[in-house]
Design a protein around this ligand. Structure first.
Ligand code: HEM
Length: 411
């Protein structure tokens, strides 16, 4: 556990006997028996960094509570990264902005993520999924993260931002290392994270410069118009937005796809169902995100003292919303077992309130297109070797996921 995190004092005045969960321990597991017991006993648990909210109703309410602000920059500082390029990037990005400032920036990019823009990308998604699978379908095996989960969303965000195919490889690879910056062990990876950020900034700057010289009808060109107007977007903000989108568009969906395949490896009958009934894809995406979320927790900080459900929360204290636990709240989901055929209340893995995931529609469409294609073309599969994992909180998922399947099932 990072020393600074360990030293933090819980910022609440809880006087009830609630469970203590060490969520900053690298061995912490959201789906463990102690976590389930804690959630059964109370809506929250104490942690080394404030409280963790465990139930669906309370998580949903607190996502929208304006007495809390998004806390990734503060959490990063607590892991030991409080200055330097990555801390500045985190503090300046859309996720860390609040109020009018946040609204202004979010409005500038939201049109690119509306349903029409996303639906236009669906044929490209399908074509990309097939092209990536073509490269390994005949071999009977792949390391899924490198062969599919990483390049697939990267191609999609590159298409959305107008990156030329010949420049694509430049964009690949940075997001995974930057993603480590959202874990409680970020401080241990500082060099790696900052090197990846420098690389990402360089390729994004080049992309923006090319658009500056030759505008097109795309998102970056629209942002350049806003930048030229000065009051709507500064040059520094433009860089933060573009790098933020290239990052967010890759690492999250990449991990969620890896988690989907790891889940189906444990539930081959559900995979067979999806293969037989591709119309289940949209529900499948929601169900996978509910039981194995790539973002299991989000961080909030109190900006004033307030009382919530009888608990005093003091200004400056941290509140961790454990969507991964709330997503299996038995009071809301009944039997929470993985089942792609059961309609459920909305899962909380895309967050809620003003910071609700900007790319939710895009991520849903990407997975909705990819999963039935994977099911049809890979058929039955098994995990073919040791799976390595990212740290348990942050943007999580497999680092490597070797799969084996019978080649040629897609005939
Ligand atoms: C399965 C994939 C994804 C998951 C699980 C996910 C999850 C999340 C969550 C939980 C938040 C809110 C964090 C908070 O409130 O503290 C968020 C925000 C955000 N996401 Fe995603 N995301 C995914 C895919 C994407 C994609 C594909 C993009 C776009 C390219 C994207 C862009 C963003 C942005 C820009 C924000 C910040 C929004 C704001 O602060 O207004 N995400 N995401």
């Amino acid at each position: 556990m990072a020393k600074n995190l360990q030293d933090r004092v819980p910022g609440t005045t809880a006087d009830v006997d609630v469970a203590f969960l060490d969520i900053v321990d690298p061995d912490f597991r959201v789906d463990s028996a102690p976590v389930r017991a804690a959630a059964q006993a109370h809506w929250y648990a104490r942690t080394p960094i404030g409280i963790a909210v465990l139930r669906y109703g309370e998580c949903s309410e607190l996502f929208k509570d304006r007495r809390l602000i998004q806390g990734s920059a503060q959490t990063l500082a607590a892991t030991g990264i409080s200055d330097g390029p990555f801390a500045e990037w985190m503090a300046g990005g859309l996720l860390s902005r609040e109020g009018e400032d946040h609204l202004r920036l979010r409005r500038l990019v939201s049109a690119a993520f509306n349903q029409r823009s996303i639906d236009r990308l669906r044929p490209f998604m399908r074509e990309t999924a097939h092209r990536l699978i073509d490269a390994f379908a005949g071999t009977g095996g792949c390391e899924f993260m490198a062969a599919f989960a990483e390049p697939y969303p990267a191609w999609v965000i590159a298409e959305l931002l107008g990156v030329q195919a010949e420049d694509f490889n430049d964009f690949l690879g940075y997001a995974t290392d930057i993603g480590l910056g959202f874990s409680f062990t970020a401080g241990q990876h500082r060099e790696r994270i900052e090197a990846a950020l420098a690389g990402l900034i360089r390729v994004c700057d080049e992309l923006v410069d090319r658009r500056r010289q030759k505008p097109a009808g795309d998102l970056i060109s629209a942002l350049l118009v806003a930048e030229a107007e000065g009051e709507r977007l500064t040059s520094a903000e433009l860089r933060l937005l573009v790098t933020g989108l290239v990052f967010a568009g890759q690492d999250t969906t990449r991990n969620q796809l890896g988690l989907a395949m790891a889940t189906f490896a444990d539930h081959p009958e559900q995979w067979a169902l999806l293969r037989a009934r591709p119309e289940l894809a949209a529900g499948t995406v929601e169900e996978v995100m509910r039981v194995r979320p790539a973002v299991p927790a989000t961080s909030r900080w109190a900006i004033q003292d307030f009382t919530f459900q009888g608990l005093e929360i003091t200004a400056g204290s941290q509140v961790t919303l454990l969507a991964a636990v709330a997503n299996t709240d038995p009071a809301v989901f009944g039997d929470p077992s993985f089942d792609v055929t059961v309609p459920r209340p909305a899962q909380l893995t895309f967050g809620g309130g003003v910071h609700y995931c900007l790319g939710a529609g895009l991520a849903r469409a990407e997975m909705c297109e990819a999963l039935p294609i994977l099911a049809a073309r890979l058929g039955d599969f098994t995990v073919a070797g040791p799976v390595t994992w990212r740290p348990p909180i942050g943007i999580i998922g497999p680092v490597a996921l070797p799969l084996r399947f019978v080649p040629g099932q897609d005939g």
